[in-house]
Design a protein around this ligand. Structure first.
Ligand SMILES: Nc1nc2c(ncn2[C@@H]2O[C@H](COP(=O)(O)OP(=O)(O)OP(=O)(O)O)[C@@H](O)[C@H]2O)c(=O)[nH]1
Ligand SMILES: [Mg+2]
Length: 165
């Protein structure tokens, strides 16, 4: 079976661990336990092209590229960048981080989750910013680890990009 390593990257508390728990275990908890180091989960996805085993690396939150432990990213076939819709600066930071990773690792498939869509009333991220990224061909999903909204689509979108010939 095809195996692919993917990494979730984003600032503290944006919901990286919660998105993985929702995707792998269909669980959500309000309690915040910050990730220390790295945790790896696995899940098999059935795509039209056949099954694919995702090795999902959950990294500690990092605000800046310089803080990311680059050795953890080695061997990855794709990235899920995560921002928190209620904190606009988490999106600005992730755009900067994506540019650095692109430069250092070469262009690899990636998707962007703007998370906490269930809190839409508190969102700071402007639609104009999202539209701007759409124009640059970013694949963007407004997700909620709480309700599960667009969580499967997020991972499936990346998986499909990775198996595309
Ligand atoms: N309302 C809401 N809360 C969320 C959502 N996703 C995560 N949270 C909450 O946000 C907090 C942080 O979630 P985590 O998943 O631990 O965030 P993280 O990005 O893994 O954080 P670090 O490991 O510290 O980098 C927790 O209290 C979660 O319950 C969401 O979609 N909606
Ligand atoms: Mg975490």
């Amino acid at each position: 079976m095809i195996q692919k390593k993917i990494c979730l990257i984003g600032a503290f508390s944006v919901g990286k661990t919660s998105l993985i728990r929702q995707f792998v275990e269909s669980i959500f908890t309000e309690k915040y336990l910050t990730t220390v180091g790295v945790k790896i989960d696995k899940k098999v996805l059935e795509l039209e092209e056949g099954p694919i085993k995702l090795m999902i690396w959950d990294l500690a939150g990092e605000d800046d590229y310089t803080e990311i432990r680059l050795p953890y990213l080695r061997g990855a076939s794709g990235f899920i960048y995560v921002a928190d819709g209620t904190r606009a600066e988490t999106l600005t930071k992730i755009v900067d981080i994506q540019e650095h990773i692109d430069a250092d690792f070469g262009r690899l498939p990636f998707v962007l989750a703007i998370n906490k869509h269930d809190l839409i009333g508190e969102w700071e991220v402007k639609q104009s910013h999202i539209d701007h990224l759409h124009c640059k061909s970013w694949s963007i999903h407004k997700t909620s680890a709480l309700t599960g909204e667009s969580v499967d689509q997020l991972f499936t979108d990346l998986a499909q990009q990775m198996v595309k010939p």
